[in-house]
Design a protein around this ligand. Structure first.
Ligand code: SAM
Ligand code: SF4
Length: 343
């Protein structure tokens, strides 16, 4: 795997974009608005759930809006809300309205499991949300229930319809794939969403190694080979924004399919993303959780200049890349659990 090297004689800038010592400018922020979730996906959290943060430790909507405003002043242009499950936080529409009003923010989107989204898609779109990604790993109702432990496939399919109706497009379907679990769904999902190719994309995600996930790792190259038995795959230019997915178009249906391969097709070199946790910590890399809390800074009365300075310092200290990798059956896992990191 190739990780970037620090730029020689590159000093931390006092103005301009949020750069690290590897010269990577950060324009994309994922904001976890809650650590709670109404699902218990097998690859994400234990069946009994997690020890949720006490409410007083969650940043309020005012605090979140203030902190996100600081990121935007330092060059972040795209913000994605995530969780846990963002739709379980009360009155999410109000937060979306506050964030959408931040000057300079070009794109506000959300990743959701869809269970509660059908009724919220319209109000969220009217409040300023532009797009949604909806997680859906299988079209088989029983397998869906088994993978999510609590979910109802019909609710998620209704959420996809509602998101399309509300114009939250393109709707990106995120499908986490695991060997011997749902690998048959690679082709099934491509078939199902083919007729919606003008407004839907499907992204296949390699299971990331949290806990024992290495056993079921299914490389993106194998998923492409499965599709190639039924479709002609034509490489697509990376869409604007430089996300981690690499895209192909299925010539026969026109559907764009993306592959996110944090393990086999490492993308640290071009990483432009930061993650704000709901307790105010910033994960500058998915694999790290070592910054001070911006919530604490705000609650201690810091002014905007102090928040911006803290942010510059955190990003400057970002590591070259994550060390999660697979080597046969041995792997080094990410720290933490996915539901707290928000994907
Ligand atoms: N609850 C929302 C959802 O499921 O869409 C948002 C948070 S969830 C943590 C964000 C994304 O991370 C989802 O698409 C989910 O499928 C994915 N995810 C969770 N655990 C994962 C893992 N171990 N490997 C790869 N993706 C994972
Ligand atoms: Fe919840 Fe999303 Fe994790 Fe599933 S993947 S348990 S829906 S946070």
């Amino acid at each position: 795997m190739t990780l970037p090297a620090p730029l020689p004689a590159f000093e931390r800038p006092q103005s301009g974009p949020l750069v690290d010592r590897y010269g990577r400018a950060h324009t994309y922020l994922r904001v976890s608005v809650t650590d709670r979730c109404n699902y218990r996906c097998t690859y994400c959290m234990p069946a009994e759930g997690l020890k949720w943060l006490p409410r007083t430790e969650l940043m309020t909507y005012e605090e979140l809006t203030r902190v996100v405003g600081a990121f935007v002043r330092l060059g972040v242009r795209r913000v994605r809300l995530t969780g846990g499950e963002p739709t379980v936080r009360q009155d999410l529409v109000t937060l979306v309205a506050h964030l959408a009003a931040i000057p300079g923010l070009d794109d506000l989107s959300m990743t959701s499991n869809g269970e509660r989204l059908a009724g919220l898609a319209g109000p969220l779109a009217r409040a300023g949300l532009r797009r949604v990604n909806i997680s859906l790993d299988t079209l088989d109702p029983e397998q869906f229930r088994a993978l999510t432990r609590t979910g109802d496939l019909r609710a998620v399919l209704a959420a996809i319809d509602a998101a399309l109706e509300a114009g939250l497009t393109p709707v990106k379907i995120n499908a986490v794939m695991a060997r011997s679990v749902n690998e048959g769904q690679v082709v099934a999902l491509a078939r199902h969403f083919g007729p919606l190719a003008d407004r839907v994309q499907v992204r296949f995600i390699e299971t990331m190694p949290f806990r024992d996930a290495a056993r079921v790792h299914l490389p993106a190259a194998e998923m492409r080979a499965m599709l190639a038995e039924h479709y002609t795959l034509e490489p697509l230019e990376a869409p604007q924004g430089g996300g981690p997915a690499r895209y192909w178009r299925l010539r026969e249906s026109g559907l764009a399919v993306g592959f996110i391969s944090p393990i086999t097709e490492h993308f640290c070199q071009a990483c432009n993303r930061l993650r704000l946790m709901v307790d105010g910590h910033v994960r500058t890399c998915l694999s790290r959780d070592d910054t001070p809390s911006l919530r604490d800074l705000v609650r201690a009365g810091a002014d905007d200049a102090a928040i911006e300075a803290a942010l510059r310092e955190m990003v400057w200290a970002k590591v070259a890349g994550h060390e999660a990798h697979l080597d046969g059956d041995a792997f080094r896992a990410f720290e933490g659990v996915m539901t707290a990191i928000g994907g």
